[in-house]
Design a protein around this ligand. Structure first.
Ligand code: ZN
Length: 416
């Protein structure tokens, strides 16, 4: 029935408005969405009845009587976020307002022949564990690779050894829940839109440093995905044709210098030079390959403890990243840059090289752009994946397609 469809769209628009700008009065909602006061009164009454909106404090107003503000109910829904890495899975259970209810870590071998079945087993066991109230709206999956379409979820991820992996299709069949799959950095950008910079900025960049280097480009409030879902592969920006071979097969990519393996290779070479030979004892390259993030953390502790060579390694990597970031800013013209990822733990060390290189290379008029580093923990990637689902009811652009409709249906409690 057309009237019902229009009512659903308007209810979604009201949720989207409150989900993105925060609590508002009924008259503010009517003004923002160009609706009649009677329509807003009727629809918000229904949403309060469904337990999705609540009446908050009275907002003082000049003149007339104070207006009652309406806000989203954080416990109206939850989503499970899953981050897939080269050796493990992280799962988090997140409420609509971003509060983390629980987290899990599971070993995972993406190269195993039954990797998808194992992934589905791990997700299914957690879904069983958390079933109940508030309702689970769906599962978001973040992968270090490109994804054709969030609502389809076919993954190409060289670092996982995955080519045309039907992640979304397999999980949907097993779980009978909406499943959205997205590049992990794009998923972080979705979380920024919902809970972070996206509330006040419609054009921004998300950069990640850690095992790899990534970027997400948010333009006009939407994540730019490119023709095949592969936009934002900032790590494969060419830096030096004579540089080391990158995981992608090309030479001298940004990631080959400043990803964790690149940082460690530089550190080994510099230490060998400084000492006139290799380090005694076990081959550090092998230990590094097993746990590159742990090895970078050790390098960071050495630098913080005054190791001059280690400090230089971070500063040089910072300078390479700063120049490349300036190029990206000059092309995209964002309002702000947000830096995330495991590597941000050592940001003060990166920053000494990053800042001067960035500012020197920025186009005039952009030299004062703000670069903001946010707090990071082991569940941050998976929280981004959950945000794919939690952002869907507020996404008027419909990036989640048919899966988004199913998420909205579960939120509103309508038969799907
Ligand atoms: Zn590359």
């Amino acid at each position: 029935m057309a009237g019902t469809d229009r009512g659903d769209l308007t209810r979604t628009a009201i949720l989207a408005l409150l989900g993105t700008v925060g609590p508002l009065s009924r008259s503010e909602i009517a003004r923002e969405l160009d609706l009649s006061p009677a329509t807003v009164t009727q629809l918000t009454k229904e949403l309060i009845g469904h337990g999705m909106l609540e009446e908050l404090d009275l907002k003082p107003s000049r003149g007339g009587r104070p207006a009652q503000r309406l806000g989203l109910v954080g416990s109206a829904g939850r989503a499970l976020g899953v981050k897939v890495t080269a050796d493990h899975l992280v799962l988090v259970d997140v409420r609509l307002d971003g509060e983390v209810l629980g987290s899990w870590e599971r070993p995972h071998d993406p190269a195993a022949p039954d990797a998808l079945e194992h992934l589905a087993d791990a997700v299914e066991s957690v879904v069983r564990e958390i079933s109940g109230v508030p309702p689970l709206l769906g599962v978001g999956v973040g992968v270090p690779g490109s994804v054709d379409d969030q609502a389809v979820g076919t993954v190409n991820a060289p670092t996982l050894g995955w080519q045309a992996m039907p992640v979304g299709e397999r999980l949907r069949r097993r779980l009978n829940l909406p499943v959205l799959v997205e590049n992990d950095v794009n998923a972080l950008a979705a979380a920024e839109r919902l809970y972070g910079r996206g509330r006040t900025h419609s054009d921004f960049l998300v950069l990640t440093i850690g095992r790899g280097v990534g970027a997400a480009i948010v333009a006009d409030g939407r994540v730019y995905r490119g023709a095949r879902g592969g936009a934002g592969e900032f790590g494969h920006l060419p830096v030096d044709p004579e540089g080391p071979t990158c995981g992608c097969g090309a030479r001298g990519c940004l990631e080959a210098f400043v990803g964790s393996a690149g940082l460690l290779a530089t550190a080994r070479a510099r230490h060998a030079q400084a000492q006139g030979g290799g380090r005694p004892g076990a081959d550090p390259a092998q230990a590094d390959a097993r746990d590159p993030l742990g090895a970078v953390a050790a390098l960071g502790r050495a630098a913080a403890g005054g190791d001059v060579v280690a400090r230089e390694v971070f500063a040089e990597a910072g300078a390479i990243l700063g120049r490349a970031t300036a190029g990206l800013i000059n092309v995209v013209d964002p309002e702000v840059v947000v830096v995330l990822g495991e590597g941000t733990a050592d940001w003060p060390l990166w920053r000494t090289g990053f800042e001067p290189a960035l500012r020197a290379q920025l186009y005039p008029g952009r030299r004062d752009i703000s670069v903001e580093v946010e707090s990071w923990d082991d569940t941050s990637w998976a929280q981004g994946a959950a945000a794919l689902v939690l952002a869907t009811p507020f996404d008027s652009a419909g990036a989640a397609g048919e899966q988004g409709r199913l998420v909205r249906a579960r939120l509103i409690g309508a038969p799907s």
